[in-house]
Design a protein around this ligand. Structure first.
Ligand SMILES: NC(=O)c1ccc[n+]([C@@H]2O[C@H](COP(=O)([O-])OP(=O)(O)OC[C@H]3O[C@@H](n4cnc5c(N)ncnc54)[C@H](O)[C@@H]3O)[C@@H](O)[C@H]2O)c1
Length: 249
């Protein structure tokens, strides 16, 4: 498959490129420069012409771009970026769109305390936080496109990532023996879920718009990953026990 990746030069990008690179033809893009053996173009997702041009000749688009802090730019990247991706798909007849974001664009702050078995088909309630609301709006735009066009949208939602081998947190330091947020996954398992979403035949999807919570199996079962497991056939390989099991002294 020929796949356009938007925002491919961030934290998740390298794992996604690694998992797809030997199986597909990649056109990686980002607003920044990137050295890679794959085809690379500098593309700003908030500029529609750039996204439409970059999508020419592609079979699928994966959007990994995100901008968290700035009110205008967050809207331009997280919301308008998805609109631009959908217009590019419609323009070139691309049927497969993979969207990504944080769990709280669906679950919002209401569920940060006590709850369990929250599933990815719950009604969206992102609240008013900039990151969550702009990503949630972007997801709604894709949903409307999927309802009216022959376009399949799969949204994969994440929260916290770890280097499984070292249990190292991106913010730095080891987290062994500390509590972990109830929604964590290794980078490689996250990338594997994206690969499976890219490769799943359309006929195996119940609708043109599906959303998945992607995190490893954790004992509290706060978020339910059943859909990623059953629909995508995803199996987490890293259970991160080193974090949530504490040594008995
Ligand atoms: N890293 C996390 O902890 C985390 C947690 C939950 C969800 N996510 C989601 O995972 C996905 C990937 O996130 P990440 O961790 O790689 O984020 P990141 O911030 O590391 O990378 C985002 C990428 O988007 C690019 N970008 C920003 N503005 C752009 C623009 N205008 N045009 C093109 N590219 C632009 C950046 O240059 C960067 O390479 C995102 O959808 C994010 O919401 C990440």
């Amino acid at each position: 498959m020929r796949i356009l990746i938007l925002g491919g030069n961030g934290m998740l990008g390298p794992s996604v490129i690694e998992s797809l690179g030997s199986r597909h033809e990649l056109r990686i893009t980002d607003i920044n420069e990137l050295e890679t053996d794959h085809e690379y173009r500098q593309v700003d997702v908030s500029i529609i012409d750039q996204v439409v041009d970059a999508a020419e000749g592609m079979d699928a688009i994966i959007n990994l771009s995100v901008l968290r802090p700035h009110r205008q730019i967050a809207f331009d990247v997280n919301t308008r970026g998805n609109y631009n991706m959908a217009v590019a798909a419609k323009t070139h007849g691309i049927r497969r769109l993979i969207n990504t974001g944080p769990h709280f664009q669906l679950a919002g702050p209401n569920y940060e305390e006590f709850n369990f078995e929250l599933n990815s088909d719950m009604p969206p309630q992102p609240g008013t936080r900039l990151y969550a609301i702009t990503k949630a709006l972007g997801q709604e735009i894709l949903k409307v496109f999927a309802e009216h066009q022959d376009i399949y949208v799969q949204t994969l939602l994440f929260y916290n990532f770890y280097e499984a081998e070292t249990l190292k947190h991106p913010a730095g330091g080891s987290r062994i023996g500390t509590d972990l947020v109830p929604f964590s996954v290794s980078w490689t398992d996250a990338a594997q879920a994206i690969r499976l979403a890219v490769e799943i035949p359309f006929g195996r999807l119940p609708s043109r718009c599906e959303t998945y919570y992607v995190f490893t199996d954790l004992p509290h079962q706060k978020f339910d990953n059943t859909k990623a497991r059953t629909q995508l056939g995803w199996q987490p390989r890293h259970f991160l026990e080193g974090i949530w099991t504490k040594p008995i002294s």
